[in-house]
Design a protein around this ligand. Structure first.
Ligand code: NDP
Ligand code: 2IT
Length: 450
């Protein structure tokens, strides 16, 4: 039988997706950004249409939702909802972070899992995609409560993961402390010592540079984009948002590369330090946010600079911007302010921090812009290298790992250039989406209908 010529239409495709996933607005947003680039490409490659690759890629392999019961310090029974979305394992085991934040829901985890498919493909390493977490709010919880929650969460999650099946890691609200509690529980339940989680401490299978990798990678990616234009971070004023894992080490690498970091933020506001950060100030931030779990306003008191309550940092005049906190934290009015103040380039450290209309404004103003799936891929890349080290039961040196991270960020940049070069600029979103798509799509076509 003849198969009629077909083409995909973006509006029709999105209508179907929205109908199948009602109310999941972050998931719709992430898919639309990819589909807008990938559909014109697919329409030139009938095999991707015939095999319904985009329809299949937007449907997770499976979604696991479970109850997590634990006891707080007063002996009250508490209940949260846990999730693991195993999105796509065409090019390797499911791989992606766990997020503990009160805002966590199915839509947010599906957007993150979907983005992870393209990001992990870009890393050049053999990793599929997944994401998980819980609507548990770690703020204000005692150390023992965090431990009991992590153990209860892992008691269920352990049934679904494994070093060759699905390898979770950290994300918002999940750092070395939580990974340690979860790894301990996994080891106890399974009676095995394997690399089933990444982001572990160095004493039990963790990798050097993993902690720094997302932030360092983001700064390296910005450096690559500027180099492509004959420029560099050296001497540039930079705005960084967030003050967690990604923001801290993005700020540190910007400083190493000669840039000046003027801002950091958290969910209560931002600090503006016109003199710029230095290593002493950054050490204070790392201790404040990672060890003491304090508020960014304490930095302003300590170093006598300004704290802007409930505001985001995008009104500050600077050359470069690095959104490193959370999704949709940079909206159209923020983009307009950045453009008006002469900002030249934006590299996303967070996942989908920029809204669609803000991205459109950057494109119109010819601002260089990289999507998180390219510029924050350093974190999962070093997670991949942690998996390799666990498999061969060896640990690589810091210099070797940093060199590998740099090479991977360079390769990701090159893939974006290969697929995203337009007449007079590189469209990094298009480049990342198409390059990320091709590797996974080719594997799916090769497998046939599964
Ligand atoms: P952390 O939990 O270490 O830090 C998160 C930071 O973002 C904190 O400063 C937090 O403020 C702020 N934040 C969180 N939610 C909000 C919100 N709703 N509004 C304003 N500020 C908020 O997380 P990470 O640094 O690990 O993650 C930051 C981003 O980077 C996320 O988008 C994550 O998905 C992404 N990412 C992380 C990777 C990793 O390896 N960790 C890898 C790739 C991407 P507060 O302290 O007040 O909560
Ligand atoms: O969004 C991400 O890439 C992460 N949170 C890191 C995932 C990982 O497996 O290291």
């Amino acid at each position: 039988m003849m198969v009629p010529d077909q083409t995909l239409d973006l509006d029709e495709f999105m209508q179907g997706l929205i109908k199948r996933n009602p109310g999941e607005i972050e998931f719709h947003q992430a898919v639309e950004e990819v589909a807008a680039n990938v559909i014109p490409f697919i329409n030139k490659h009938p095999k991707y249409i015939k095999n319904r690759i985009l329809e299949r890629m937007t449907e997770p392999d499976r979604t696991i939702i479970f109850r997590v019961c634990w006891e707080d310090d007063e002996g009250n029974v508490r209940t949260n909802r846990g999730y693991r979305i195993q999105f796509n394992n065409s090019i390797g085991p499911y791989k992606g972070g766990l997020r503990f934040h009160h805002s966590v829901n199915l839509s947010i985890l599906k957007f993150l899992g979907f983005e992870q498919t393209f990001k992990n493909s870009l890393t050049t390493l053999p990793m599929g995609s997944g994401k998980g977490g819980a609507d548990f709010n770690p703020k204000g919880k005692s150390e023992r409560e965090i431990m009991r929650f992590c153990q209860a969460f892992m008691t269920e999650l352990s049934k679904h993961i494994g070093e060759n099946v699905d390898v979770p890691a950290g994300d918002i609200g999940v750092g070395a402390r939580e990974i340690s509690y979860m790894f301990g529980q996994y080891k106890r339940l399974k009676n095995e010592f394997t690399g089933t989680l990444t982001g572990k401490a160095l004493e039990f299978g963790g990798s050097l540079i993993r902690k720094e990798a997302t932030g360092y990678g983001c700064a390296y990616f910005m450096e690559e984009m500027l180099k492509n234009q004959g420029d560099s971070i050296e001497g540039k004023n930079c705005i960084v948002s967030g003050s967690g894992n990604v923001a801290q080490f993005c700020a540190q690498k910007i400083m190493h590369l000669g840039g000046n970091v003027l801002t950091l933020s958290d969910s209560s506001g931002f600090i503006h330090d016109p003199d710029g950060l230095n290593e002493e100030k950054l050490d204070y931030i790392i201790d404040l946010k990672t060890n003491r779990r304090g508020r960014i306003s304490e930095f302003a008191e300590k170093f006598k600079c300004k704290f802007h309550k409930d505001k985001r940092p995008w009104s500050i005049k600077a050359d470069l911007a690095f959104p490193c906190a959370t999704q949709n934290e940079l909206e159209l009015p923020d983009a307009k302010l950045l453009i008006k103040n002469g900002c030249r380039a934006v590299a996303e450290g967070a996942n989908m921090p920029t809204t669609k209309d803000a991205i459109d404004a950057f494109h119109k103003a010819k601002i260089i812009f990289s999507p998180g799936k390219a510029s924050n891929a350093g974190g999962v890349s070093v997670s991949g290298l942690e998996m390799t080290q666990n498999s061969i039961r060896l640990s690589w040196q810091r210099e070797e790992l940093e060199e590998r991270l740099k090479t991977i960020m360079h390769d990701i940049h090159q893939q974006c250039v290969n697929y995203g070069t337009e007449k007079d600029h590189v469209d990094y979103i298009k480049g990342a989406n198409i390059a990320g798509f091709v590797k996974v799509a080719e594997a799916m076509v090769a497998y046939g209908v599964i």
